[in-house]
Design a protein around this ligand. Structure first.
Ligand SMILES: Cc1cc2nc3c(=O)[nH]c(=O)nc-3n(C[C@H](O)[C@H](O)[C@H](O)COP(=O)(O)O)c2cc1C
Length: 162
């Protein structure tokens, strides 16, 4: 609780400004993302609410520098590979909360996690772009995901070049 309060009072811009300055970045500088910025973004993922607090997700951090061919298999656009990092939010449906009628919270939980990370990145001046239009078979292969872990959404992460 204390941690949440500290974070609440230390953002670099007002939340209303943050909402208006976030946009889908489709051109990135190659400059590395400092470790402390990545940590803040991952903290935002950990603080995201999930149904019954099941946290049915994993975040995979991909360093794009030596994985250009692998990245191209997942998404054909150059700008997807320009950023030094890409993040993939994966869902774990077996771990998610399931309502009496069978509805599984996994994708909703994972979307909230991604949105938290995207807003945290915008707060730090980092660019992002939701990517749902990727090849799930290639992504599963390249990331070597087991059966029960599904790749749901990607985002490049780096300093904008547009
Ligand atoms: C669930 C979801 C999936 C998306 N998938 C893609 C995508 O595969 N490729 C892409 O370039 N943009 C993608 N976007 C970005 C949207 O096109 C973008 O958010 C929208 O056009 C609004 O623009 P803005 O983000 O700059 O405000 C996606 C956005 C969402 C929320």
């Amino acid at each position: 609780m204390r941690l949440r309060l500290i974070l609440l009072y230390s953002p670099s811009m007002r939340f209303s400004e943050l909402l208006t300055c976030r946009y889908s970045v489709r051109a990135y500088r190659p400059d590395p993302v400092p470790e402390h910025m990545l940590e803040k973004v991952l903290l935002a993922a950990r603080m995201a609410p999930t149904a019954a607090n099941r946290q049915p997700f994993q975040v995979i951090i991909i360093h794009t520098a030596d994985r250009q061919q692998h990245m191209a298999r997942k998404h054909p656009r150059d700008w997807f590979r320009q950023a030094p990092l890409a993040l993939c939010v994966c869902g774990l449906p077996d771990k998610a909360w399931v309502r009496r009628d069978g509805w599984n919270s996994c994708e909703t939980d994972a979307s909230i996690v991604m949105d938290h990370m995207i807003l945290a990145a915008a707060d730090l001046g980092l660019g992002t772009c939701w990517i749902a239009n990727f090849d799930p078979v290639a992504a599963r292969e390249v990331l070597r995901l087991p059966e029960n872990v599904g790749p749901l959404v990607f985002t490049p992460r780096g300093f904008p070049a547009d």
